[in-house]
Design a protein around this ligand. Structure first.
Ligand SMILES: [Zn+2]
Length: 176
């Protein structure tokens, strides 16, 4: 089967994919979801509405698993039709979709991982980093960042446009 160039989970085009020798599963490197593996049947099948509505949470799970425990989460065919199957296999907690504090906390942990010291400057991309906070889109990501700033955990330094879309420079204010 030809290599895929669109992420099955977040829809980002331009991912790098590699299929294993048996043709059974792909290894995907997505700039939004991080690295993950997906069974061929899951790649070809359609997801049910319950899963489609939560694809941003699944994308967040993949990205956070890749970043925190450096594992390539395996997306099975069953997970395309059952959110419960995803929850059961998830090695980390997925925040409730309306839990702003939990999502902001996931972003804060990401900033901490990328900061060498409190006060270090971290660049976040509105195009690629919403999955870090399990956010549905740029607007929700921005909203959660605003929450962190308001709580005094981070300081917003600047926004500027670049090749990858608008980015924000954030400085971690709290102890790392
Ligand atoms: Zn993706």
């Amino acid at each position: 089967m030809a290599e895929q160039d669109e992420c099955k989970i977040c829809g980002y085009s331009g991912v790098k994919s590699q299929i294993d020798l048996n043709g059974g599963r792909y290894t995907i490197a997505c700039l939004r979801c991080g690295h993950y593996r997906i069974i061929d049947r899951a790649m070809r099948g359609d997801a049910t509405t319950a899963v489609v509505r939560r694809k941003h949470l699944l994308s967040g799970l993949l990205r956070n698993v890749w970043e925190t425990i450096q594992e390539e989460f395996l997306v099975t065919a069953e997970m395309m039709s059952s959110w419960e199957a995803i929850l059961k296999a998830a090695p980390i907690l997925i925040p409730a979709d309306t839990d702003v504090a939990a999502k902001a906390n996931a972003i804060l942990r990401h900033i901490r991982r990328r900061s060498e010291f409190p006060g270090d400057v971290v660049i976040l991309s509105e195009g690629f980093d919403p999955p870090v906070g399990f956010c549905r889109n740029e607007r929700e990501f921005s909203f959660c960042l605003g929450y962190l700033v308001q709580q005094g955990f981070a300081e917003h330094l600047a926004r500027r446009a670049c090749r990858r879309g608008t980015i924000g420079l954030l400085r971690l204010a709290g102890p790392a």
